[in-house]
Design a protein around this ligand. Structure first.
Ligand SMILES: [Fe+2]
Ligand SMILES: [Fe+2]
Length: 281
């Protein structure tokens, strides 16, 4: 693990979060935070503004009325939720197409965006609060893979081929070749970015059966969401067959299997719109 830490820092390949996100985070963490400050910061970034407005007017929210201004979106969505969505929108451009196979990158983000939507929808079905944090958990869950791909492209290629040929779980093959897997790499990046400990723990634990059995509900949500989008065939994270499934994750959610058709319909519907909002330049 140390080797990777050194490699990432020395190669300068660990992307930094843009200043606009740091500004937003600082304002939201301020107990005297007000809506106007956030609107002002976001308003200075045209790309962020457009994406937030498009999200506010998409099936992601399904607000009955048209949202025409940034301040209206922030008021309706909420400060912390807007911060989380901003993190989502600044994240994807940090991994440029010229550094990773663009075909893999496209499928990778489709998988991760869909996982975010699935996690958020599962949380919504469970009446959880602040469902945007679930979107972010799904969106970043496999971020370690893209980091390995950017830093060790040849080895990553070998891992991908071996996963497809053997049908073995990707984290297992990664550990065999590298001594660590994408969950640890993802946790390392999020730690460098000083993201919340909970998010780091979810990313680190999303394939760990023991942690899922005894861990927080968010871990089960992301584990189920990941399997669900694999089963639905949205995008790809490098595997042909879904990774191993810990059934207690589904039991922990306490949801009826009868919700599944409606849930999948919801994920499909939102994915078509949300993918474009996040991925289009
Ligand atoms: Fe994963
Ligand atoms: Fe995944």
């Amino acid at each position: 693990m140390k080797d990777l830490e050194i490699l990432l820092k020395n190669s300068g390949a660990l992307p930094s979060l843009p200043m606009v996100y740091h500004h937003i985070q600082r304002v939201v963490n301020d107990p005297d935070a007000n809506m106007e400050s956030i609107v002002e910061i976001i308003g200075e970034d045209p790309s962020l503004t457009v994406r937030l407005l498009r999200l506010a007017n998409s099936s992601f929210y399904g607000f009955p009325q048209q949202i025409n201004s940034l301040s209206e979106s922030v008021r309706l969505i909420g400060l912390k939720q807007v911060r989380d969505l901003c993190f989502g929108t600044v994240l994807i451009p940090l991994f440029p197409k010229n550094k990773v196979d663009p075909h893999f990158l496209d499928h990778f983000w489709r998988h991760n965006i869909a996982c975010g939507i699935a996690a958020r929808s599962l949380a919504q079905f469970r009446n959880q609060k602040n469902i945007e944090q679930y979107f972010i958990m799904g969106l970043v869950h496999d971020i370690g893979k893209i980091t390995i791909a950017m830093n060790l492209p040849d080895l990553f290629e070998t891992i991908l081929k071996e996963v497809i040929a053997s049908g073995r779980a990707m984290d297992e093959v990664e550990r065999q070749h590298l001594g660590y897997d994408h969950t640890e790499v993802g946790a390392l990046i999020l730690n460098e970015w000083k993201m919340p400990q909970k998010l780091i723990d979810i990313v680190r634990g999303h394939h760990n059966f023991k942690k899922i059995q005894s861990g927080p509900i968010e871990l089960s949500v992301v584990h189920v969401a990941n399997l669900l989008v694999h089963a639905m065939g949205i995008g790809s994270s490098g595997e042909d067959i879904p990774p191993p499934f810990e059934e207690s994750a589904w039991t922990q959610l306490g949801l009826d299997v009868e919700i599944l058709p409606k849930l999948c319909e919801e994920i499909d519907r939102q994915f078509l719109e949300v993918e474009r909002i996040f991925i289009e330049p």
